[in-house]
Design a binder for this molecule. Sequence first.
Ligand code: PLP
Length: 354
Amino acid sequence: MSDPWVREAIAAINADYTRSADTHLVQVLLLALPEIKLYIKDESTHITGSLKHRLARSLFLYALCNGWVQKDTPVIEASSGSTAISEAYYARLLGLPFFAVMARSTSPEKIRRITQYGGECVLVDDPRQDRHHAKKLAAELRGHFMDQFTFAERATDWRGNNNIAESIFKQLSDEAYAIPEWVVCGAGTGGTAATLGRYIRYRGYETRVCVVDPETSVYYDYYHTRDSSLCRPGGSGIEGIGRPQVEPSFLPSTIDHMIKVPNAGSYAAIRILQELIGKRFGGSTGTNFYGACQLIAEMLRQGKKGSLVMLGCDAGELYNDTYYNAQWLEEQNIDIEPYLAQLKRFITDGVWVD
Ligand SMILES: Cc1ncc(COP(=O)(O)O)c(C=O)c1O
């Protein structure tokens, strides 16, 4: 039996969903490569600005239907920022206290948005400790630790219910190549990749899922070794994707291929993408674009035609002071020039030079 508050909370989330529009599938015109169609699933246009809007809705519904969240239950999350923004939005919708445990290096704009939705930010020095701190805080507050890194892969209805995969395939239905060769995404929790991989198998499509990974994340090595004890210090340098340790929601068996992307390549890619479509995306979208270019180059080498979809994860405005800032790049000792040249050459004539 459901309690009246939980019933109202679910109705409020459903009404919010009914008021919302889906995100666009934007074509990137690659004029030199007419036989290749590249699309961006622009998740930055969700009301809370990222693909995590879908996840936050799923996590709240999952927690409510499991009986984990009730009236006045404080909700706590460990996040690199985007999930916390979206969860703060839903917590406010339901009138629940919300606490985000995040790395101190999280962009100030993300912190501002969480606070704007009434959430409280708890900053930690070591990003590997975020889940530990969140769990502890939840116990102290007698709250619910949402734990996206565990529940992302199972909270989403991967068979449909307008999940990101279903939305992409529906939006491609009138295109020349309606079944893409590749879908390209990064992995934070790994939940998006799992949803895509499961949906594609469920529907019997030939599409493959490629996960791109920042240079210091452990996911790429885990994918190849299946050693779940892998651990590295520090953040990934690309907010939202890459982790210093293997997380439970990252399911390598749902992924067909992985590419490791240098962070400088991601920072260069968001600039090239801006030239192509006139819009700034965040670093993880650059990682996707850099990986997509490599996949396209391989398709061209094999004489293949077809389409690819990459995720546009969040907006570049969150990173004006970092990834888009020349001084910040210099302070980090990052030279994006070789990658700009590599990507420009690729866009101009389809040749990928390593
Ligand atoms: C900003 C951001 N957050 C998170 C993710 C990853 O999503 P997930 O947590 O589902 O793996 C991405 C992925 O591409 C991203 O760009």
